[in-house]
Design a protein. Structure first.
Length: 529
């Protein structure tokens, strides 16, 4: 370094970018406003490359304080600076594709959203369709090469002013476009054009491992004004919208919709809250009476689980059971419902002098496949002292369509113990009536769609004939028939005349607390006002 500096004027090797800044500090030093200054200062080498230094400058003064000499200490920091730049690059760029990563993209999105009033943005959130299949069939190395090729194609799409692409991770990419205030650009048209270019670029097959792979993608688009939302909110909305595009068949783009976002966010929040809700005891059970149609006496009740959510209030099973199915929480939740319901049925029997009150508990398709179903049921019955005949497990017709012997075996074992099996929502599926002979069921529960046609007078003759035929067939197979959704006296009278055995619905009683069932069992069911 000494050879490069000796006998040369500083202006020859100083970097022009920092000259005003350095001269300002030098002036302060001469005027005595500072004792020294320290600055990171670049210099040109003979070959034109830049030498980075940490420069510390001070003055040696005479007794009167007049500057006599300048003392400058230089530390070569070029390698350190290059290392820092490399580390910065690695921290902000994807190692596989070289694209900006989530961190850098978040910074750029934040800058775009913090733009001046009137500026707008458009964001495309891309997820490759079927990428997991490539990894599973060809290996992760082939999957990586596919991602690199996709990244190159995306980079070629985002060449306009204010356009940038990034890889968020896995097979998820984002592309951002901006429109300055007063530019006259249509941001919706601009981001749509970008999405079309992306899908078009992906449409050309990619050759990997000696074969051509067709690449498809689903894109969620968010477009809006700067200053309205945070980066996290924009990315979340785009992610939700991308999954909506994927659910619609993929290889397409969808624009964000506020109402759809709200529903998806609610579902996501409920899904995340499910495990803790079970631990905190937020679930409870209401019971809807099952009534003997010939005399109106209470036969038992169906257990209906509810969720007392701290934010959304009481939620019915249609709001969370599908989520519990997808997450696997349906197994512990179903086990809890079984335990509580069986315990409650035994309590009713004690309160009512041993009356044969029974309880119906719903089984989900996931529970049917769970290996512990039989053992859990036997354990619960033995712990409570409830006779197996006082428990009825309800399984939907659709869950048993095409069921093989392996799936039916647990139900057959439970039926052999004396537990009743009810085929719920009967008439809504596509099962052959002849299949009833191989199913271990003792009860058919007619779907409420049949009873709705009997609300009018005269009743729908087609529904009457269907119900009459089902009841006749069921009784010939020694199966009991329960009807759901009875809401009027006319319905009840018609169904009674057709030979239905038991019924439930608001005409008799709405779902309620366990004590309500006990009271009804003492006085027999009476229609609600």
């Amino acid at each position: 370094m000494e050879g490069h500096v000796r006998s040369r004027n500083g202006s020859e090797w100083g970097h022009p970018d920092d000259t005003p800044h350095v001269w300002r500090m030098y002036g302060e030093l001469v005027r005595g406003e500072r004792e020294h200054y320290r600055v990171e200062k670049p210099y040109y080498r003979h070959d034109g490359t830049v030498l980075w230094t940490n420069l510390t400058v001070s003055l040696l003064r005479d007794a009167d304080g007049v500057p006599q000499y300048q003392l400058a200490l230089m530390e070569d920091t070029t390698e350190r600076r290059l290392l820092n730049l490399r580390l910065r690059y690695e921290a902000t760029h994807d190692a596989l594709t070289g694209l900006p990563n989530r961190t850098l993209f978040f910074e750029r999105l934040e800058k775009a959203l913090g733009g001046p009033p009137g500026s707008r943005f458009g964001l495309c959130y891309l997820d490759l369709d079927g990428f997991k299949t490539v990894n599973d069939s060809l290996g992760h190395s082939a999957g990586d090469r596919l991602l690199v090729e996709v990244a190159d194609r995306l980079q070629s799409c985002a060449t306009g002013p204010g356009e940038v692409v990034a890889r968020l991770g896995g097979d998820e990419f984002v592309a951002l476009t901006t429109s300055p205030a007063g530019s006259g650009e249509d941001p919706g048209e601009k981001v749509t054009d970008l999405a079309v270019r992306i899908l078009s670029a992906l449409s050309t097959p990619i050759r990997l491992e000696g074969r051509e792979l067709s690449v498809r993608g689903s894109i969620g688009i968010v477009e809006g004004c700067a200053g309205e939302r945070t980066p996290a909110e924009v990315l979340r909305s785009a992610d939700i919208t991308m999954y909506r595009a994927k659910a619609a068949g993929g290889n397409r783009f969808e624009f964000a919709d506020a109402e759809a976002d709200a529903r998806a966010i609610t579902r996501h929040g409920l899904t995340n809250a499910l495990p803790a809700a079970l631990e905190r005891g937020e679930f409870f059970i209401e019971y809807q009476p099952l009534v003997h149609m010939h005399d109106g006496s209470v036969h038992g009740a169906e257990a209906l689980v509810r969720w007392s959510h701290p934010q959304y209030g009481v939620l019915g099973p249609d709001r969370f059971i599908p989520l519990a199915e997808r997450t696997g929480l349906i197994v512990p939740l179903g086990r809890w419902v079984l335990e509580e319901s069986v315990r409650q049925a035994r309590t009713w029997q004690r309160q009512h002098g041993g009356a044969a009150l029974r309880v119906n508990v719903n089984l989900s398709p996931t529970q049917l496949h769970h290996p512990g179903l039989v053992a859990d049921t036997v354990r619960v019955l033995e712990a409570s002292g409830l006779a197996p005949g006082a428990l009825c497990l309800e399984v939907t017709e659709s869950a048993l369509i095409g069921a093989d012997d392996e799936l039916l075996e647990p139900l057959r074992r439970l039926a052999a113990l004396g537990v009743d099996i009810a085929l719920d929502d009967f008439g809504t599926g596509y099962s052959n009536l002849a299949n009833l002979r191989r199913l271990p069921v003792s009860v058919l529960k007619l779907d409420r769609s049949f009873t709705q046609g009997m609300q009018q007078q005269p009743a729908d003759p087609v529904d009457v004939k269907i119900v009459e035929g089902i009841v006749s067939l069921a009784h010939s197979l020694e199966l009991a028939v329960t009807v759901e959704g009875v809401e009027t006296g006319a319905q009840a009278a018609q169904l009674r005349a057709l030979g239905c055995d038991t019924a439930q619905g608001w005409y008799y009683a709405r779902p309620g607390a366990p004590d309500r069932i006990h009271a009804l069992s003492l006085s027999d069911a009476v229609p609600t006002p």
